[in-house]
Ligand binder design. Structure first.
Ligand SMILES: CSCCC(=O)C(=O)COP(=O)(O)O
Ligand SMILES: [Mg+2]
Length: 226
C-alpha cells in the first residue's frame, strides 16, 4: 500500500506533515545537526546539491514536493518529535483500520511502500488515529529501494518479501505508480477517494475505499467503522 491518497488523506500529508517539517527545519538542524544520522543525511544532501547550503537545497525540494530520499529521511526525523510528544497523530481514512485488521487476521501479509521514509511510515501507523497498527504490517519500503514510478522497485520489494509478484496487490492513488507495479507483474488497484479529488486513470481496477478493494479482490471484509 501507498500512504498519501491511499490509506491517508492527501490533505494530512500536504497541509499538516509538510508544513510541520518546513517550520521546524532550521531549529531542528541547529539543535540536532551534529547527530550522526543527521550528519549522514546532510552528506547525502551535499552530494545531490553540490555548492548549495543543505538547508537551502532542502527548502527547494520541499517547495517542489520532490521525493528526494535525504529530504524524506529528514522530514521523518522532524515528524518523529511531533508524534512522540502528541502534536502529530497519523491520519487514516475511517475505512482503513478495520480492513487492515481483517486482512491481517485472514492471513494476508500487509506492507507499505511510500516516498515517506520507513521511520516516518512506522511513526504514522504507530501513532495513528486508530492506535498502533504496526503489528499488522510486515514490511515497510521507501525510496531507498527505488523510485515509485520504476518497475524495478516493485520487483525488488517482491524479492525482499520472497513473494511472486503475481500474488501481490499494490494499492495507490497514482496511476504511474500502478503502471510500474503492473510492469513488474503485480496486481494493481487505484484508490479513487472522492475527498482527495483523485481522478480515475481508467487503466487499472478502481475502488473508492478499502471495503471495495476487499470486494473486488476477494479479501476479508472489515467491520464498518463506528
Ligand atoms: C510517511 S507519510 C509521509 C508521506 C510522504 O512524505 C510523501 O511524500 C507521500 O508519499 P506517498 O508515496 O505515500 O504518496
Ligand atoms: Mg499516493
Amino acid at each position: 500500500m501507498d500512504i498519501e491518497g491511499t490509506t491517508t488523506s492527501i490533505a494530512f500529508v500536504k497541509d499538516r506533515l509538510f508544513p510541520f517539517a518546513e517550520t521546524a527545519l532550521e531549529g531542528f538542524l541547529a539543535a540536532h545537526g551534529e547527530r550522526p544520522e543527521v550528519q549522514a543525511i546532510l552528506a547525502e544532501v551535499r552530494a545531490l546539491a553540490p555548492g548549495q547550503q543543505p538547508a537551502e537545497a532542502l527548502r527547494a525540494w520541499m517547495a517542489a514536493d520532490a521525493k528526494v530520499t535525504p529530504l524524506k529521511a529528514l522530514q521523518g526525523l522532524i515528524w518523529h518529535q511531533g508524534y512522540a510528544d502528541g502534536r502529530l497523530q497519523g491520519h487514516l481514512w475511517p475505512d482503513v483500520a478495520a480492513c487492515l485488521r481483517a486482512w491481517a487476521a485472514g492471513g494476508v501479509r500487509l506492507a507499505i511502500y511510500s516516498s515517506g521514509s520507513v521511520a516516518a511510515q512506522r511513526d504514522l501507523f504507530g501513532h495513528s488515529e486508530a492506535g498502533d497498527l504496526t503489528p499488522l504490517l510486515s514490511g515497510f519500503f521507501d525510496t531507498r529501494i527505488g523510485a515509485k514510478r520504476e518497475a524495478a522497485s516493485y520487483a525488488a520489494i517482491a524479492a525482499e518479501l520472497r513473494t511472486a509478484p503475481a500474488e501481490m496487490l499494490f494499492l495507490s492513488d497514482v496511476a504511474e505508480e500502478l503502471d510500474a507495479a503492473r510492469a513488474a507483474g503485480l496486481q494493481t488497484c487505484q484508490l479513487v477517494r472522492a475527498a482527495d479529488g483523485t481522478q480515475p486513470a481508467g487503466r487499472h481496477p478502481e475502488a473508492v475505499d478499502f471495503p471495495e478493494v476487499a470486494r473486488r479482490f476477494g479479501l476479508p471484509a472489515g467491520s464498518p467503522p463506528r
